[in-house]
Design a protein around this ligand. Structure first.
Ligand SMILES: [Zn+2]
Length: 145
């Protein structure tokens, strides 16, 4: 069984108000495990509840500012948000539909990135982040074209 995550405390620890909407947004992002844009997330949330677009923008903004979630900018210049998933930081982005897909777990890239990150840490004292994108066309877009 997975350990139960205490969403309210996670949010309060960042000095934010753990509103119903805030908890729902964080929980949904954690469950989906891939980056979603504001609109995609809004659509998903409104299947089971009702959150308006402005509230969602505010929640996403606060979560990003306090690093509760991560924001990534796609090649379409659209921001997508995701809950940090530890080792799952590799994504393949489709150039056509801009959906993100996780790369296979057996990919050697996480190990390489870890090594690079380790080397950088021992050399540099400043802050840094490694971001990595794989782009192309996903299977469903390829079938259409
Ligand atoms: Zn696609």
């Amino acid at each position: 069984m997975k350990p139960k995550i205490d969403w309210e405390s996670q949010i309060r620890e960042k000095g934010l108000r753990a509103t119903k909407a805030a908890v729902l947004v964080l929980k949904t992002l954690q469950q989906i495990k891939k980056p979603l844009s504001h609109d995609e997330l809004l659509e998903r949330l409104n299947q089971s509840s009702s959150i308006d677009a402005v509230t969602l923008y505010r929640v996403l903004d606060r979560f990003t500012q306090t690093s509760l979630i991560e924001r990534m900018l796609g090649s379409d210049r659209v921001s997508r948000y995701r809950y940090p998933q530890g080792d799952h930081h590799e994504f393949f982005e489709c150039d056509s539909c801009h959906q993100h897909f996780q790369l296979p777990r057996s990919s050697p890239l996480p190990i390489l990135l870890d090594q690079v990150s380790h080397q950088l840490k021992s050399q540099a004292s400043g802050e840094f982040a490694i971001s990595f994108n794989v782009q192309g066309t996903c299977r469903s877009c390829k079938i259409i074209s």
